[in-house]
Design a protein around this ligand. Structure first.
Ligand code: JFZ
Length: 451
């Protein structure tokens, strides 16, 4: 018998249940720790939910067997022909928005694959379009120094081996075979890393259903780290996530490098990395005339997220012709234009020390605290809690002279005479010490007015 070569892939494929968490003993030299801190500095990424379902304008995965009959949904790919798709254009949009990474749905809950996988026929290569979207995007990202990442659904409501089906995992398949489905998942994720890696993140989802267990999740995590030690993997690879808050309970038992609050800004947390995922409109996949967030809401969402020490993964659903909707492109470019002026307090910064609240948010880098003041008291100055280090100087970037008065019991900031900025008044404090060493403090809501 020929001895199998122990390539990482072979080791991965041989691994069925690799228990116990190496991620629990991460050290500074550990590749995950290094990759995580690099990724955290990027702050802002583009999430892309796309597939043949864009032809219907309904939600990806969830509309299968609901708004769209299963047979019709599964046949959409035969007429999916996004001839206006231009990977360089998508990456240009992300770049112009000030985004530093991009996460594409390699496969959503509906099972359709945006790359020509050798483990299924249900993929982009068998559409009239035929082109390998993932290959083109990965290359375009590399060219512009944007980290290429993938979203991959664990649940697959179409695959006959996966036990649950549409709508929404509420039906049972006649001949489930979960161990074989797990092989499919391992094969495909290995294929993605081999063809399009190294990736920034592998962003899993659909882990909440019963067929997926901690054992499967931890084994998948361990196997992928064998293939690419620097790979960052979100907490949805395993169990233990608490709802839409996205925080993993018992993180020492459940694999995953960071938490994933969904459609909400995560709570202030410097201990465990986190990333809010949020849609620019309401739906993840493209919906005609979907309600879009305002410029101020988009930018403030980013600032509140970064101020809580998190990343923001902001989602668009491209249209069936392959373009990102022009008004969404415009909104993203507005965010980028703002970041061009004020991004210093975003990229490479950490959240705090003043925790986000109705008043606004703050970040810190070196000896500087960046304040993003969104709501001023109805009258009088904004009162911030006291901090140890001395404020040596203060500067505003988009308001006239602001009075800053550091007292033993707090810091008083007078409102700009020019009136509040529709996004945020941006102000820096330069300290006589490292700003990150100031212990995080809450800003009393009373001092933000509105009462
Ligand atoms: C999940 C996906 O279902 C969704 O389509 C999108 O990809 C998002 C990033 O992640 O979001 C969920 C997950 C679970 C529920 C709702 C949305 N749920 O259980 O109702």
């Amino acid at each position: 018998m020929k001895k199998p070569i122990a390539t990482p892939t072979a080791v991965f494929l041989a691994t069925v249940t690799l228990l116990v968490a190496p991620w629990a003993q991460a050290t500074a030299a550990d590749p995950t720790t290094a990759a995580l801190s690099q990724w955290r500095d990027l702050k802002f990424g583009l999430f892309i939910h796309w597939g043949p379902v864009s032809l219907k304008g309904t939600e990806i995965g969830w509309s299968r067997g609901r708004e769209v009959p299963v047979e019709e949904y599964d046949a959409l790919y035969r007429r999916f022909n996004p001839t206006a798709f231009d990977a360089a254009e998508w990456v240009q949009v992300a770049h112009d928005a000030g985004m530093k990474y991009l996460v594409l749905t390699s496969k959503h809950h509906d099972g359709f694959c945006l790359w020509p996988s050798k483990y299924t026929d249900y993929h982009i290569g068998n559409t009239p379009f035929q082109r390998d979207v993932m290959k083109e995007l990965a290359a375009a990202c590399r060219e512009r120094n944007i980290q290429f990442c993938t979203y991959h659904s664990i649940c697959d409501w179409r695959h006959p081996d996966y036990p649950l089906g549409s709508p929404g995992g509420k039906t049972a398949k006649p001949h489930p075979n979960m161990p074989r489905y797990f092989e499919y998942l391992k094969n495909q994720t290995a294929e993605i890393i081999a063809n399009y890696g190294p990736l920034g993140i592998m962003w899993f989802d659909g882990e909440w259903e019963a067929p997926w267990t901690t054992e499967y999740g931890n084994a998948l995590y361990a196997g992928l780290k064998e293939l690419q030690p620097s790979l960052v993997i979100n907490n949805r690879v395993s169990k233990g996530r608490r709802g839409m808050e996205g925080v993993t309970e018992q993180a020492d038992l459940n694999a995953g490098d960071y938490d994933t609050p969904e459609q909400q800004i995560g709570g202030f947390n410097r201990e465990r990395p986190w990333e809010t995922c949020m849609t620019i409109c309401r739906q993840w996949a493209w919906k005609p005339n979907d309600l879009m967030k305002s410029r101020a809401e988009c930018i403030q969402t980013l600032l509140r997220t970064v101020g809580g020490d998190g990343n923001l993964l902001f989602n668009v659903g491209p249209m069936p012709d392959g373009r990102i909707e022009p008004r969404q492109v415009e909104r993203l470019r507005e965010m980028g234009a703002w970041l061009k002026t004020f991004g210093d307090g975003v990229y490479g910064a950490r959240g705090g020390p003043f925790k986000p609240g109705p008043w606004g948010a703050s970040t810190c880098k070196g000896n500087t605290i960046y304040l993003f003041i969104m709501n001023w008291p109805a009258s009088g100055p904004l009162r911030l809690p006291p901090i140890g280090p001395k404020i040596i100087s203060s500067q505003t970037l988009n308001a006239g002279e602001l009075g800053v008065d550091q007292q033993p019991d707090g810091i008083l900031v007078s409102a700009p005479a020019s009136g509040p900025d529709p996004v945020a008044t941006v102000l820096t404090f330069t300290l006589n010490a490292a700003a990150f060493s100031v212990p995080p403090v809450s800003v009393e809501p009373a001092s933000a007015g509105n009462e």
